[in-house]
Design a protein around this ligand. Structure first.
Ligand code: URP
Ligand code: ZN
Ligand code: ZN
Length: 468
């Protein structure tokens, strides 16, 4: 099957140009002016007119949690429903977090995630590994996983008793990635201190979701961010801070980068577009819809994150997609905010929110938008050249994007398998018209054309060259 996309503005991280894109099978064969009508494009099977539209690389979401077990329940999206929703939103690759349960091996966790995804994912996917135990056996397993293309390991200074690792465990894992080329991703909040404050709040009768946001101080995120970066510097390895939410943490990443540390970080749309007000005390238990960790912050934090995206102190925006129904899951925490499963839906909304708030909102050029949602994630997570770029030789993961289409985000129309939207009623400018995954149209003007099981596991390279 040969396809030509003609007349669109091809936007890459390093520049934009009006050009045609020729696809041969699953790969981009050529990008250039006047390809349509040239000998190269003779006899193509399909022509897609992209005049007036942008042609961007399929976006990459490097932080999703399909079916994550949390607080006695499971994130609602499966690999089928979650990747389908991702594709509707212009995302053609996800990297999900496989989970090592306490006392089990990394292998068992990874096998379980392969079983969830294989035959179900509709777009390509990779895995990071959540490590719950660091010991001689799991350290040795890290090397095997890196060789299998699962090159990153998430550790937590939060969630004591569940995913939490102490500093010694984190440092041992970092020593290992110094040797095997992997990358440590850190959930950086001081979970021990948070649990003390949270218990104090509940004892004082403060049980509403709002107090989830209050108990998790920004300074607890700043402290943990500084700590794990210092540990990484001592071990001589890069470190990637996930879901950075607070100015306090941003300051630590910036200071570290200024002194030459290999510190990298992502933020998420919820920290740019939502705030603690959304879960304010007047909302009562409705605020549980917005419970995630780190929590939503007061409004003064977001401008610092936008600044970080502009200066490249933040390199990536991912979603931390982790959806729980309001009715039947979030309500496990009625009467005690600590029992609300943590996480928000978002895999479908990121590309449009970042276009609307970033490009239309004047914070980002279209090229920087593409870099943050596609190109940098590919470079940083071992997919450079293959994903995240519109160029000959890359996978034909492409989005024909209408930068002028206005639409309204709503749970009534979204494709995520969850009963609410954090952005209900929000009007955004920009939307994906046609989405291709490895040359196959999976979404066409709002219609699903994809297929369960089309998505393939991505064996990723380590990203050492880029991270140095
Ligand atoms: O609240 C969140 N972020 N839930 C998902 C798990 C995690 O910490 O990323
Ligand atoms: Zn986390
Ligand atoms: Zn997460």
């Amino acid at each position: 099957m040969r396809t030509i996309i003609k007349g669109g503005t091809v936007v890459n991280a390093d520049g934009s140009t009006v050009a045609d894109v020729l696809i041969d099978g699953e790969t981009i064969a050529a990008v250039g002016r006047g390809l349509a009508g040239s000998a190269l494009a003779e006899g193509v099977d399909r022509v897609i007119d992209a005049s007036g539209k942008l042609v961007i690389p399929g976006a990459i979401d490097v932080h999703t949690h399909m079916e994550l077990p949390f607080g006695g329940t499971f994130a609602k999206d499966t690999f089928e429903t979650g990747t389908r929703a991702a594709a509707f939103g212009g995302t053609t690759t996800i990297i999900d977090f496989a989970v090592q349960s306490r006392g089990k091996s990394l292998r068992e966790g990874l096998d379980a995630w392969h079983a969830k995804a294989e035959g179900n994912a509709t777009i390509d996917y990779g895995f990071h590994m959540i490590m719950s135990d660091v010991n001689d056996d799991t350290l040795a397993e890290m090397d095997t996983l890196v060789a299998e293309g699962v090159t990153d390991f998430k550790l937590f200074t939060a969630y004591p008793g569940v995913f939490y690792s102490d500093d010694g465990a984190i440092y041992r894992a970092m020593q290992r990635t110094a040797r095997n080329g992997g990358l440590i991703m850190m959930h950086a909040e001081n979970g021990m201190a948070i649990d003390v404050v949270a218990a104090d709040e509940v004892a004082a009768g403060h049980t509403d979701p709002y107090y989830h946001g209050i108990a998790r101080y920004p300074s607890f995120e700043g402290e943990a961010t500084n700590r794990v970066i210092r540990l990484a510097e001592a071990a001589g390895v890069p470190v990637y801070i996930v879901h950075l939410s607070a100015r306090d943490a941003m300051d630590e990443v910036r200071a570290a980068r200024d002194r030459g540390a290999m510190a990298f970080a992502e933020t998420c749309p919820q920290y740019l577009f939502l705030s603690l007000d959304d879960m304010g005390i007047e909302h009562g238990f409705d605020g549980a819809k917005f419970i995630c960790s780190p929590p939503l912050r007061t409004k003064d934090h977001a401008p610092e994150l936008w600044k970080g995206l502009v200066t490249d102190d933040l390199q990536v925006v991912s979603t931390d997609h982790c959806p729980f129904d309001f009715h039947g899951q979030k309500d496990l925490g009625v009467g005690d905010f600590r029992k609300v499963p943590n996480g928000l839906p978002g895999v479908e909304d990121r590309v449009d929110l970042m276009h609307d708030g970033g490009v239309v909102g004047g914070h980002l050029t279209p090229e920087r938008w593409v870099e943050i949602i596609a190109t940098a994630p590919a470079r940083m997570f071992g997919l450079a050249g293959r994903k995240g770029v519109v160029a000959a030789g890359a996978d034909a993961d492409l989005v024909i994007y209408d930068p002028a289409r206005r639409h309204t985000i709503s749970a009534r129309t979204h494709h995520m398998n969850v009963d609410y939207s954090c952005y209900e009623g929000r009007s955004v400018i920009g939307g994906s018209d046609v989405v291709l995954s490895r040359g196959r149209v999976v979404v066409d003007q709002g219609e699903w054309r994809g297929e369960k099981g089309w998505g393939r596991f991505l064996k990723r390279q380590t990203a050492r060259e880029y991270l140095r």
